[in-house]
Design a binder for this molecule. Structure first.
Ligand SMILES: Cc1cc2nc3c(=O)[nH]c(=O)nc-3n(C[C@H](O)[C@H](O)[C@H](O)COP(=O)(O)O)c2cc1C
Length: 222
């Protein structure tokens, strides 16, 4: 992507992004992708609140526990992070062609707060996996609860295939074309969230174009 195509970071209105990986594991590939997303967001003028799945982890949802003890601290922390940011970016492992149970369980807890925090929040879904599919099937599953809860899930999702050998020493994606595609995905999402928050009068147009800039090279022709 040519630098001249991008808004200068200082030209952006302030927008805050919760960024986290849904893996609990040290050395997580999704942790590395989430870090790269955070770096890209900051490079393009966004404000990052980097979250940790360790902090959002919760015991299995049980209505009796909710009634007797209230919400667990992990659910309260995720609720607070979603509410205090304008948008969220999650990089999630794919487990058995779906999302990890730990993430779904935390979403279930958070969905019981009123007001329900995911409603009308913009979300971007990422995944990383050693497999050739990059964990993309898990993201289609993850869209379902988020969209059910009213989140505005960005149409373009990014899945990093063969992620165990995809990063360079600086933590960027070694394949330059793929790194550019990733950055384009991040900036398109940032543009949409910024427009939605700060320029509601042009919101209809941005939603119509799904945050993408028209580009003859990549425009779909069908
Ligand atoms: C229970 C389990 C199920 C998995 N299922 C899939 C799968 O369906 N597709 C896939 O690409 N990788 C699958 N994997 C491999 C993960 O993608 C791999 O462990 C990855 O590194 C996990 O993400 P992390 O590095 O961020 O922890 C699975 C791993 C586990 C532990």
């Amino acid at each position: 992507m040519a630098d001249s195509d991008l808004p200068a970071p200082q030209d952006r209105e302030p927008v805050r992004f919760l960024v986290f990986s849904a893996s609990l594991r040290g050395g997580s590939l999704n942790g590395r992708l989430a870090r790269l997303a955070a770096t890209m967001i900051e490079a393009h003028g966004g404000i990052v609140d980097f979250g940790s799945m360790q902090d959002f982890d919760t015991p299995s949802y049980n209505r009796d526990v909710q009634d007797e003890d209230g919400f667990p601290s992990g659910a309260d922390k995720l609720r607070e992070c979603v509410q205090t940011n304008d948008a969220f970016v999650v990089s999630s492992p794919e487990y058995n062609a779906s999302m990890p149970g730990v993430l779904k369980n935390s979403i279930d807890w958070v969905s019981r707060f009123s007001p329900q925090p995911f409603n009308e929040k913009h979300g971007l879904l990422l995944s990383a996996s050693p497999s050739m599919s990059g964990g993309n099937r898990g993201l289609w599953a993850l869209r379902v609860p988020f969209e059910h809860l009213g989140a505005r899930v960005y149409p373009d999702m990014f899945s990093l295939a063969q992620a165990h050998q995809a990063f360079d020493a600086e933590g960027r994606i070694a394949n330059a074309q793929l790194q550019e595609r990733f950055e384009h995905n991040i900036v398109g999402f940032m543009d949409l969230v910024e427009a939605s928050k700060h320029y509601p009068c042009v919101k209809t147009r941005w939603v119509e174009y799904l945050g993408e800039r028209p580009d003859p090279v990549t425009d779909r022709v069908e």
